[in-house]
Write a protein of this length. Structure first.
Length: 229
């Protein structure tokens, strides 16, 4: 004859059944935690250490607003030479920006001097506004601006900017960080005798433009408008 379990045995069995889900949950938690340890993502510090200062086509955006009496001499405005220099070491630009004679050397340099990675030259007309996109060259971390005013004083004719870095995080269970240089936007207001205002910020991302096939007219500035067939 089959023996029926006693009340004590039934209670012990039911207690074990009740504890089973908790044990399963605890086991799953341990597996998740151990998995996080095994598949741990890149930390913020690691991402910054591995940061690569690569070339970027639209890495620098220059917005220039010129006064109607720009670079005034004897009551008359004149064109202004503007030089944009890129460096890995800020001291390379500071060496030119401390003295008017050295700043003039940089303004007249046809190629990038020693310690400077790249030099771009622009001629700014009085009472004009220009938006200029400049590629950020490989290894560039700083951007210097030199303005060739008639009265060349470094305090009014030179500015130095640092390129920022964006750190992004992805993942929920496993957090993974990545770091990349930001696009730098520089806003210059050029007065009659010097730089009046100078702001820098992270440049906003621009939406990509989808090209359309068609005839391209040769007349007019490039990029020329596309005429659909």
């Amino acid at each position: 004859m089959m023996k029926m379990p006693s009340m004590t045995e039934r209670w012990a069995g039911s207690s074990a059944d009740r504890r089973l889900p908790y044990r399963t949950l605890a086991l799953c938690a341990c597996l998740v935690l151990s998995g996080c340890g095994m598949f741990q993502g890149k930390s913020r510090d690691e991402a910054l250490k591995e940061l690569a200062w690569n070339y970027a086509q639209d890495g620098i955006r220059l917005n220039v607003q010129a006064d109607p009496m720009l670079n005034a001499t004897a009551g008359q405005p004149h064109m202004l030479l503007l030089v944009l220099a890129q460096m890995e070491d800020p001291n390379a630009f500071a060496a030119y920006a401390r003295q008017p004679e050295r700043l003039a050397e940089l303004l007249l340099a046809e190629t990038a001097p020693e310690g400077i990675l790249d030099v771009q030259r622009f001629h700014i007309a009085p009472d004009s506004q220009r938006e200029i996109n400049v590629p950020r060259v490989q290894s560039a971390r700083y951007v210097g601006i030199a303005a060739g005013y008639v009265q060349l004083e470094p305090a009014r004719s030179a500015r130095l900017y640092q390129i920022g870095v964006a750190v992004d995080r992805s993942g929920w269970v496993v957090r993974d960080y990545s770091a990349a240089p930001e696009a730098l936007e520089i806003r210059l207001r050029l007065g009659p005798e010097g730089i009046q205002d100078s702001l820098s910020m992270r440049a906003e991302d621009t939406a990509p433009i989808q090209p359309e096939s068609g005839l391209v007219e040769f007349d007019g500035p490039f990029p020329a408008p596309v005429i659909a067939p």
